[in-house]
Write a protein that binds this ligand. Sequence first.
Ligand SMILES: Cc1cc2nc3c(=O)[nH]c(=O)nc-3n(C[C@H](O)[C@H](O)[C@H](O)COP(=O)(O)OP(=O)(O)OC[C@H]3O[C@@H](n4cnc5c(N)ncnc54)[C@H](O)[C@@H]3O)c2cc1C
Length: 463
Amino acid sequence: MASNYLYIFDNDLRTSYLPVLSQFIKEINDSGHGELQCAYLFDPEDLKPKNFQSALISPAKLKLICESLKELGQVLANKGILLDICIGNKSANLGNLIKKYNVTCLGYSSPAGSYESELYRNAEIEGLTVHNDFQTSLFDKATLPFAINDLPATFTRFRKVVEALPLDELFTHYQKLPELSHKTNCAMQLLAKFEASNLSLNKTPAISYALDTANKLKIEFSGGEGLAVHHMNNYFSLTSPSVYKTTRNFLDNWTASTKFSVALCLGNISPKQIWREIVKYELKNGGNESTYWIKFELLWREYFHWYAAKYNEKLFHFSGITQQKPLSSFYPERFRKWIDGATPSHFINAIMNQLKTTGYISNRARQLTASYFVNELNIDWRYGAAYFQSQLIDHDVASNWGNWQYLAGVGCDPRGKRKFNIEKQQNLYDPNMSYINKWISSATTLPLDSVDYVDWPIVNEEP
Ligand SMILES: Cc1cc2nc3c(=O)[nH]c(=O)nc-3n(C[C@H](O)[C@H](O)[C@H](O)COP(=O)(O)OP(=O)(O)OC[C@H]3O[C@@H](n4cnc5c(N)ncnc54)[C@H](O)[C@@H]3O)c2cc1C
């Protein structure tokens, strides 16, 4: 009996470095028969505020997803493969697709987050042959040197284990998607079907509203595999990788850091592709501490990926992966002032304004505003993480929630809570206040609280 294959795209919106989809094509080519469909599932409910008062996805990230899908659908149609975009409840849509295409083999990239994995736990996929693997990380099932539950307790221990392996060899094999040897569908018809499903995406009111909102922002990134590869090649044609370690903490400078996080979270590129380019750059220009440090940061991303896969729901627990609840609470007024850039700190306000306006802030800016949230505002860290999730153009569940836990002292940091001295950091990274002046928030800077701890109004005693 011929097999009917269904591949679900998610945060792997590209056509190279996709072993699961490549395997499906190989099986069809080897057997000489079988049908292949691809789909992308999107639930507009994810645009509405949910847990901790925040949405699961930002309008800015949605815009980049739409751009990525547009390119992907066209490239796949030319390869004889349909990309069907399904809007609505993901579990129901997956069930419908399985019936519609009489699917016998289901494939997808294994998600690290527990919410994302739920889809495949809930969907009625019994009786199907399921093929999945980790396609958004450096390691996959076959190369990961330990069982997920044996992930080392700290990043340093993890790094030492993996750096003992021949990483440059492991991650540098180029993986191109094979061509279907017998194309049963005409590219033009597939393109027309894809365009129709893409149109329904844009016509969904919640989605078009979010896209309108995104168009009003100052987004410096675009989605799509082609542009992502172009950006990566361009970065490695500069001298920036050789000074990365000395510039990566700058607050607002395009080439100071790689800006790969956006393409990585959409899956427009695989971290393996980046690793491969670093190795090529090192061979050509010589490696140094900075080129090593890009790999070092990719290993942080990798660590948080497996950390999310290991700890599942604990990624969102108040006490994180520790047994101890932090001594913080939820203060709605402080939370609102942090979001609006109306705290007593101009520096923090500027960061929050940049985040709201562009969907992107540097790593140091993320650390500072998260530290302020946890240490000065004393708010439950999960509200901060959820707000980042609803705004960041590069939101990645493992990196975001893992970093927040780390800063809040409930994650993988053996040293406990991290507190940055905001004034000192401002003097270090914005001594002439150019960043503050650029991103200064229009909101009025206000005292943190308008009532005291017994709910009495705090009177401003100044004349
Ligand atoms: C509170 C907080 C929340 C964060 N949320 C996210 C998020 O949602 N998505 C996300 O991709 N990164 C997140 N990060 C990590 C980091 O800030 C961003 O990856 C980085 O700023 C993106 O810019 P870049 O690509 O130029 O990074 P570069 O400095 O050029 O780093 C290269 C790559 O290494 C990885 N990387 C760098 N730093 C980290 C880190 N601390 N943790 C994990 N991976 C890292 C990223 O994939 C990045 O693209 C967060 C950090 C903090 C402190």
